[in-house]
Ligand binder design. Structure first.
Ligand SMILES: N[C@@H](CCC(=O)N[C@@H](CS)C(=O)NCC(=O)O)C(=O)O
Length: 224
């Protein structure tokens, strides 16, 4: 399997799929497309159907032994596919109520929080510092804090400190939120602080962070 991803420093949607696969030790190779460059579209042609990353490409044999190339674009579709094909359903919580909530908070992230995402873009290399943001973003931050607390407080069994006890797609989905809360020094309650510490020290995320720091951006005419 090959995962096509964008710049590790900025591509929050790539991080979600990548982290899920790393956390569950799914074997895959990576192809890297630099976002925001003049040749981005050319490099995505033939690989990324909607000219966005991440995209997962899986070569599979059907029952007749014929090979087919399966292409999945969109981070949530990739997480669902990996969970179904490689993880035997382990990447969603076992309990139906928790699974329903986990799916809902991922869908909420996927479709919403536009002000938060625009005003506080993921930037893993950013030296942590607070910035000013709009009241709309503050409202979205309040909603994120409330939903994270609800998950953390509801979880009583198999509790390893993740949103639903054990690491799940929901944690992969909220990893970029943890990264943003850290880089923009968002003030959060104690239980979320603990959750953030757990997420930031995941070896897979630390590896992503190191790679993001090593990346050299090429923006139009020069290296940054
Ligand atoms: N809903 C999509 C969003 C994908 C997305 O917006 N990816 C960004 C990088 S994080 C991208 O490819 N941007 C390039 C562009 O929009 O031109 C997903 O979940 O995968």
């Amino acid at each position: 399997m090959k995962l096509i991803i964008g710049n590790k420093n900025y591509s929050s949607w790539s991080l979600r799929a990548w982290l899920l696969m790393r956390q569950f030790n799914v074997d895959f190779s990576q192809q890297y497309i630099r976002l925001f460059t003049n040749d981005m579209i050319e490099n995505m042609t033939g690989l990324c159907p909607n000219y966005k990353v991440p995209v997962l490409i899986d070569n599979r044999k059907n029952e007749l032994g014929h090979c087919s190339v399966i292409k999945i674009w969109d981070s949530l579709a990739i997480c669902e596919y990996v969970n179904e094909q490689y993880l035997d359903g382990k990447a969603w919580p076992k309990c139906i109520e928790q699974r329903a909530t986990a799916r809902s908070i991922c869908a909420e992230m996927h479709a919403g929080f536009l002000n938060f995402r625009q005003e506080l873009p993921m930037n893993c290399r950013r030296h942590p510092a607070a910035i000013a943001y709009s009241p709309e973003t503050q409202q979205e931050i309040n909603r994120i804090i409330a939903l994270l607390q609800e998950c953390l407080q509801a979880c009583t069994t198999n509790n390893e400190g993740f949103l639903f006890g054990k690491f799940s797609i929901a944690d992969a989905y909220y990893m970029p939120v943890v990264a943003r809360f850290t880089s923009y020094q968002i003030i959060v309650p104690e239980d979320i602080k603990q959750y953030m510490e757990l997420m930031l020290t995941l070896p897979a995320y630390q590896q992503w962070q190191v790679l993001a720091e090593q990346e050299v951006e090429v923006i139009e005419s020069g290296e940054v």
